[in-house]
Ligand binder design. Structure first.
Ligand code: HC0
Ligand code: SF4
Length: 570
């Protein structure tokens, strides 16, 4: 412990505490902007400056530590003026069109400017020009970047992708793609973590809400929504709804009020993915001489893009099973169109996903196996659907719930946990066990693969086979795992990879709470729902059983291969 004086009072704080943490322990708030605990502690914005007796210069509180008997002033005239000037300088290079900004009300710069009572800036506005492709799923708004460097840090340190860098010098200093002209030419996985770590709106997804509104207004179109597993644990956050209130059924009612014709569940097609992927894996195990191991899951297009860009040697080990979003689209425009007795070209599939890479996935031209049209027409992020709900003046707090439409609206608990890291592996093992032995395991037999750890491994015995499995989330952890595989330091049979920290619950399209990591709490909701579901196994989902009985015949059948498999995903 060391003694420090903050604003005239003394406190005892642990040695080597930052000034910021010491003040926090003393109950004193020092404002921050670029600071992100554990990730970005570089003092770039100089909003957290404080005065220290004995020094002329000001200290940034986030990355300077306390000394014995240090005398710190967090709210002196000099500090207040410096903070205001620093924020005014940032504002002079920031396009402050807050009335038309999707981060309005959830923008850390807006908040700090308001908190500091800044009403004008003496500095001349000097905004950089926009560049890049407005049709790419990830868009950088150069006129809003405040050079906080968080996107560089998360992309380098957490996602091992190194897409962003500082470019230019002096007042022209900014952040841009590294080494290439545009994002499209880069090795961006489209995980969207730069968006959820940006304190302002300098990074955002392509907005596809108008395309959906057009489809909803088109009397020819039968608009079918599929809702991804991790949406049900996050969509209600911006409305202040508790997890108990923010059910998928309440979201379904909101979509119904907006004019969606059918509202169904990606949990259903997650179950379908399990049927195909578990069968594919068991078949590979039976012919070890013809196959390379591990087999990798392929349902996360962020991971697939990363694999193609950085580890092409593993691409042929990706499962050929399409992602649940892809399978849903292909089934909606074949089996379901037939059941409705409608022209599949009139079915318009809208995916509601926590993800930007899914926007790219649905745009892949060859994923059109059902009828020649794209299997999925458009992907909306959680944030986009929330914006649509607000723009429709639907009050989620006061509307009722609506049962999902059948048959593609029924999912098992196994499908539900896809949204959390380890969930796909656990779901696959539950069904692989049944396929291999003819009996169900305890549904919680594989729960070792749960949890937020970045790289998990486990060993299970199924029908006399010892299986070594691993699960990674976050691309930095994935890189470590792949390098270990390449160097022969580890050997696995089956590996699940999710690009986002925590899996889709931590997806780049999820609601943003600046500085917080919400994946663990969101994942808990999914596991609680799984535990309560009367169906815990994908192969016991009645809608899946009927789909095979009436249409696909069996997993890996000719029709299943045509509709549900590809070597081009991601
Ligand atoms: Fe996911 Fe999925 S779990 S990738 O994160 O597999 O986006 O939630 O929809 O497709 O199911 C995203 C989430 C999905 C898919 C599912 C998988
Ligand atoms: Fe998208 Fe989920 Fe993969 Fe993130 S983990 S890139 S949200 S599919």
């Amino acid at each position: 412990q060391v003694r420090v004086f903050i604003d005239g009072h003394h406190y005892y704080v642990p040695e080597r505490s930052t000034i910021l943490d010491a003040a926090k322990m003393a109950g004193i708030k020092i404002p921050t902007l670029c600071y992100y605990k554990g990730l970005n502690e570089i003092g770039a914005c100089r909003v957290c400056v404080v005065e220290v007796d004995g020094y002329d210069r000001l200290f940034t509180a986030c990355n300077n530590t306390v000394d014995e008997d240090m005398v710190i002033w967090t709210n002196s005239k000099k500090v207040r003026e410096a903070r205001r000037t620093n924020v005014q300088l940032i504002l002079s290079q920031h396009n402050g069109n807050c009335t038309m900004c999707t981060r309005s009300g959830n923008c850390s710069l807006q908040k700090i400017a308001n908190d500091l009572n800044i009403q004008t800036t003496p500095f001349k506005k000097d905004l950089p020009k926009q560049k890049g492709n407005p049709n790419f799923p990830l868009i950088r708004d150069y006129s809003k970047c405040i050079k906080c460097m968080r996107c560089i840090q998360v992309c380098d340190k957490i996602q091992a992708s190194h897409i962003w860098d500082v470019v230019n010098t002096g007042s022209r200093t900014t952040v841009d793609v590294k080494d290439v002209y545009s994002l499209e030419d880069s090795k961006c996985a489209l995980c969207g973590q730069c968006i959820t770590h940006c304190p302002v709106n300098a990074l955002h997804e392509r907005d596809d809400t108008d395309r959906v509104l057009d489809a909803l207004n088109d009397p020819q179109k039968i608009v079918v929504a599929q809702i991804a597993p991790s949406i049900r644990t996050a969509w209600g956050e911006p409305f202040g709804l508790s997890p108990e209130k923010a059910t998928i059924e309440r979201l379904a009612e909101a979509l119904h009020l907006m004019g969606f014709n059918f509202i169904m569940d990606t949990d259903f097609s997650a179950d379908l993915t399990i049927m195909e992927e578990a069968s594919e894996f068991l078949e590979k195990l039976q012919h070890p001489q013809d196959n390379k191991f591990p087999m990798f899951t392929s349902c996360c297009p962020g991971w697939v893009r990363f694999c193609k860009a950085h580890y092409p040697e593993f691409v042929d080990q990706l499962s050929t099973s399409k992602s649940p979003q892809g399978m849903f689209g292909a089934i909606a425009k074949s089996y379901y169109a037939k059941a409705l007795e409608v022209d599949p070209h009139n079915i318009y599939v809208v995916s509601i996903m926590p993800c930007l890479a899914k926007k790219h996935e649905c745009d892949i031209p060859i994923l059109n196996d059902a009828c020649g049209d794209p299997d999925v027409d458009v992907v909306l992020t959680t944030r986009e659907i929330d914006r649509m709900i607000r723009a429709s003046y639907i009050m989620p707090d006061s509307i009722g719930e609506r049962a999902l439409d059948m048959p593609l609206g029924l999912g098992s608990g196994a499908g539900n946990i896809f949204g959390a890291t380890g969930g796909v592996m656990e779901a696959a093992l539950r069904t692989a066990y049944y396929f291999a032995t003819g009996t169900n395991p305890d549904p919680d037999a594989f729960k070792d693969v749960r949890g937020m750890e970045g790289w998990k491994e486990s060993t299970f015995t199924i029908a006399g086979n010892t299986l070594h499995v691993a699960v990674s989330n976050g691309l930095g952890n994935t890189k470590r795992l792949l390098d270990a595989l390449k160097e022969g330091r580890v050997h696995y049979d089956f590996v699940e990879v999710m690009a986002c920290p925590g899996g889709c619950v931590g997806g780049g399209g999820q609601p943003i709470h600046d500085g917080e990591f919400n994946a663990p709490a969101r994942a808990d909701v999914l596991y609680r729902q799984d535990a309560k579901n009367v169906i815990r196994f994908s192969h016991e989902n009645p809608s899946i059983i009927n789909l095979y009985r009436d249409y696909l015949d069996h997993p890996l059948s000719e029709l299943a291969e045509k509709l549900l498999h590809t070597d081009q995903h991601g």
